[in-house]
Structure formats: structure tokens, C-alpha cells
Design a protein around this ligand. Structure first.
Ligand code: MN3
Length: 252
């Protein structure tokens, strides 16, 4: 004997199948009018996985509120810029403020600003989560990456010292980055949600491929560390996903 909810599920299934079939038959022009929406990626580990270095509550708010708000802001901006349909965030950043690029088709400056702030926020946080790992799985840089770090900064200790200084000195909200540019590793920092992919916004000398990034906005550490940014930075070194950073380096 069939239960009522089973019948209703089946009816629902038939309805969804009809919708799916309808979607396939939509003319491609109609499909092209809606820019693809970005979505909040799930964290690759539990909220408490980075404790005691980064606490669960901070991770929960940082991911579920802050990052989610960037995704919503980005999607709202893209609704006003259908000409960017199908563009990746990297492509958008490469032309966000460059006069002869397609993004100037987005005449509304407030939309460009939203793409910069919320698009940057979404990209930066996705990158950040993926370059973190529980302390027990943090690992070490690959021999190749270590060699490049030694060649660029003298030693791993010198690299850490220089990175810490850049991250500590970033005034207000922003990020510290390890980038690869023109075959060399460099440490740079950006304000707000800007990143080293943003041509025309970040100085040319600071453009490059990010390998490592540290969020030094207060929302990243204030609950647990309050004003002690240096303590947060020191703790962050314990939860870097070196396998992922090494993979990014190998892919250059
Ligand atoms: Mn953040």
C-alpha cells in the first residue's frame, strides 16, 4: 500500500522532471540573460578543526556570515552586469579597473566597486579556507617550494619574519600574501578585499599568482585574540595547508 507522502514525492518528481525537460528546451538566448550565480563553498573541514589556533565560533561566523555576505553581494552586483555572464572571477579581476577591458562595459561605478569588494571577498576567503588545515595535517612546504623560499628570502625563518612584518603592519583591514611574479616569490599586502589578481587596482609590482594569503581583518581574529593580531598571525602558521600551497607552487 502506498503512503500519501510517497505519492506526493512521485508527483514532485514528475513536476521536477518536466521542469528539467523544459529547461533543456529553453532557447540559449534566454539562458544567457541570467549571469551564473556564485555560491558559498562548504569548508573543507569542521568549524572546530583548526582549534586551538583558530576557534570554532570565529570560523562559523567568518564563513557563515562574512563570506556568505560577500557571495550575496557579488551575485547582486552580477545581476546588474549581465555582460559578465560566463566570466570567471579571475577574468573579472583582470579587467575590473582597466580602461580598455570589457569591464568598462559595466558603466555603473557602484557595480564595479561591488565586484571589487564582494568578488574579492568571495575569492579571497575561498582561497584562505583551502590553504588552511588542522595543525596535525599542516605538513611542510615541498622541497621545491622550500628551495624557492630560500632563494627569495634567505631561509624559511627569514620568510616568516618578513611575512609577519607585512601582515602586522597592514593598517586596518586587509590581507598579506605570498605571490609568484615573474618567476620570483614576493610578499605583499592589499587593503580591504583587494588581491594580487586585480589589475588596475593593485600596483603593477604587487600583481602575481597568490600562493598563500592571510586575512588580517579584525573579524578573522577579534573574538579569540582581541587586539593581539601578532598572536593570531603566529597561530596561523600552525594551520597552513602546505600540501595545497606546494601544489599551487608546482602548478605555476
Ligand atoms: Mn575575512
Amino acid at each position: 500500500m502506498e503512503m500519501p507522502h510517497t505519492r506526493s514525492n512521485r508527483r514532485q518528481f514528475v513536476k521536477l522532471s518536466a521542469l528539467a525537460a523544459g529547461a533543456v528546451m529553453l532557447p540559449s538566448r534566454a539562458m544567457a540573460q541570467a549571469p551564473a550565480a556564485f555560491s558559498l563553498p562548504a569548508l573543507p573541514y569542521a568549524f572546530n578543526a583548526l582549534e586551538p589556533h583558530i576557534d570554532a565560533r570565529t570560523m562559523e561566523i567568518h564563513h557563515g556570515k562574512h563570506h556568505a555576505a560577500y557571495v550575496a553581494g557579488l551575485n547582486a552586483a552580477l545581476e546588474k552586469a549581465p555582460e559578465l555572464k560566463g566570466k570567471s572571477l579571475e577574468e573579472i579581476f583582470a579587467g575590473i579597473n582597466v580602461a580598455d577591458e570589457y569591464i568598462t562595459a559595466v558603466a555603473d561605478e557602484s557595480v564595479r566597486t561591488a565586484l571589487r569588494n564582494h568578488g574579492g571577498g568571495h575569492w579571497n576567503h575561498t582561497f584562505f579556507w583551502n590553504t588552511l588545515a588542522p595543525a596535525g595535517k599542516s605538513g611542510a612546504p615541498s622541497p621545491e617550494l622550500l628551495k624557492a623560499i630560500d632563494a627569495s628570502f634567505g631561509s624559511m625563518d627569514d620568510f616568516k619574519k618578513a611575512f609577519n612584518e607585512t601582515a602586522t603592519k597592514r593598517f586596518g583591514s586587509g590581507w598579506a600574501w605570498l605571490i609568484s611574479a615573474k618567476g620570483k616569490l614576493r610578499i605583499i599586502s592589499t587593503a580591504n578585499q583587494d588581491n594580487p589578481l586585480m589589475k588596475g587596482i593593485v600596483p603593477d609590482a604587487d600583481l602575481g599568482t597568490p600562493l598563500l594569503g592571510l586575512d588580517v581583518w579584525e573579524h578573522a581574529y577579534y573574538l579569540h585574540y582581541q587586539n593581539r593580531r601578532a598572536d593570531y598571525i603566529n597561530a596561523w602558521w600552525r594551520v597552513i595547508n602546505w600540501a595545497e600551497v606546494s601544489r599551487k607552487f608546482a602548478a605555476l
